[in-house]
Design a protein around this ligand. Sequence first.
Ligand code: PMM
Length: 279
Amino acid sequence: MTTLIMGIVNVTPDSFSDGGRYADADTAIAHGLWLRAEGANLLDVGGESTRPGAERVAPRVEQERVLPVVRALAEAGAVVSIDTMNASTALAAVEAGARYVNDVSGGLADSDLLAAVATTNADLVLGHWRGPSADMYARAEYADVVQEVLRELTDRADAAAAAGIPPSRLVVDPGIGFGKKGAQNWDVLRALPRVVGLGHRVLVGTSRKRFLTEALATDGAADDPSVTESRRDLATAVTSVLAAQAGAWAVRVHDVVATRDALRVSEMWRRPGVAGVRG
Ligand code: PMM
């Protein structure tokens, strides 16, 4: 099984790591097409930042940002995912051509979302989440982070099934960085085979996240300026390969080329005679 690459298209003025860079529709569309040409299998379009401390955005503003981008990328033939916690945005984006709804809150932020997605043919990504970004670290209290993430993901998948979404349309995501501090993210990543063992497709998003900066910084500081974007992209390519080896269905990344190359090299290592190897 080849792990898919989900390229990130943030249409936000304040996203986690690429905030503002692709804030207008034309630039975001061009960026999405570029990521696709680089090898992204899916494009994840988001109009609301989930950066720690971020405030919520009104669904109307979110839709103004994302819908033209979703429409143009879907018309160009891309498989588009809409990164939203709002039922109304999910429905409008599916109408505009999105084939996946990616809800980092796993259907918890908007109690209408699961039922809304059930009325469509879209697949649904359920993230592990404990509350809004504004105070998510306050909820990062676990007796056993792995057990609790597994149980809470199972609860969300059960809720989605109860809302009428068949399990074949579900993807689960352990929500790296969401309501989890440094070491807790590594605990969850180490346990990825158990997340895969839940029986759903698994998406993993580590790209440029704070826990990677903390891991690379000399003194563990999340704001260490020497941990540049390219260093975080290299770290992301490594975590993406490790996620793939643990059975992830897809990885969500900003730098598609770095992860594509890393996945390719890992495939060469693991599979003798894989197409493309010249003797
Ligand atoms: N992370 C972010 C946004 N959306 N969606 C999924 N499914 N998984 C993630 O880990 C995830 C996500 C935050 O990162 P960004 O602001 O850099 O896009």
